[in-house]
Write a protein that binds this ligand. Structure first.
Ligand code: CA
Length: 239
């Protein structure tokens, strides 16, 4: 098992590394977020232990950038401040778990082992389909640079689509994703909200992101509905 420790306090980093090596784990140290980004990009780590308090780019930003770079190594965030805000920011930014300083070495090891067993899980912090972007954490949506204001239900429905771009979703699947169980299960509610969504995310932009699949349900085009359509009906998509 190979661990990347990201911590600018040299003594703390050395202490953690020594402890890990004593347990037979390989451990490298990065002292800045920038170092962590290139190290994690060039070496495959099983777990990244990431301190929140770092110079230049902090732990939250480092974790966001790692995820944006497509690095899904489990991240254990170290935070000195026991604040709920910190934990939420950390987990929204792509961290998988957090540990509050000071911590016991035994607990650090236990968390690392648990995370390494789980392996990398892709959890995009931003969902995209072409020029449509949805941020589940801040509950905001944009087409290109233009922010789109959605109601809670419209947002929930669009999020359900954007978690599975290109897939055909039945009305039932959409209901399950976007409405709670106590909602009266009328399938036309989906049709009504799809109409609302099209008025906001498609019509003002002359786009057609949400397609009706007759007899089945709906599909959000993975290209966001604005890419050129070829003669065969397939859309060009960059790999
Ligand atoms: Ca630090």
């Amino acid at each position: 098992m190979r661990i990347l420790i990201v911590e600018d306090e040299v003594k703390m980093a050395a202490l953690i590394r020594r402890g890990m090596r004593a347990e037979g784990l390989a451990a490298d140290v990065a002292i800045t977020g920038d170092d962590a980004l290139w190290m994690a990009g060039s070496t495959e780590y099983d777990v990244i232990v990431l301190d929140v308090m770092l110079p230049t780019i902090d732990g939250f930003e480092t974790s966001r950038r790692l995820r944006a770079d497509g690095i899904w190594t489990p991240i254990l965030m170290l935070t000195a401040r026991d604040s709920v805000d910190d934990r939420i920011a950390g987990l929204d930014g792509g961290a998988d778990d957090y540990l509050i300083k000071p911590f016991s070495f035994a607990e650090l090891l236990a968390r690392i082992r648990a995370l390494s067993r789980r392996g990398p899980i892709e959890k995009p912090t931003l969902l995209t389909a072409g020029d449509l972007t949805l941020d589940p954490a801040s509950r905001r949506v944009w087409r290109d640079e233009t922010e789109i204001v959605l109601s809670t239900k419209e947002f929930a429905l669009l999020e359900a689509f954007m978690r599975r771009p290109g897939d055909i979703l039945t009305r039932y699947q959409l209901l399950e994703q976007a409405w709670d169980y106590d909602y009266e299960n009328r399938s036309n509610v989906i049709d009504v909200y799809v109409r609302y969504l099209r008025e906001k995310v498609d019509r003002p932009f002359e786009a057609q992101a949400i397609e009706t699949i007759r007899g089945t349900g709906y599909r959000l085009r993975a290209d966001g509905g604005r890419a050129p359509v070829t003669a065969s009906g397939d859309t060009h998509r960059s790999a």
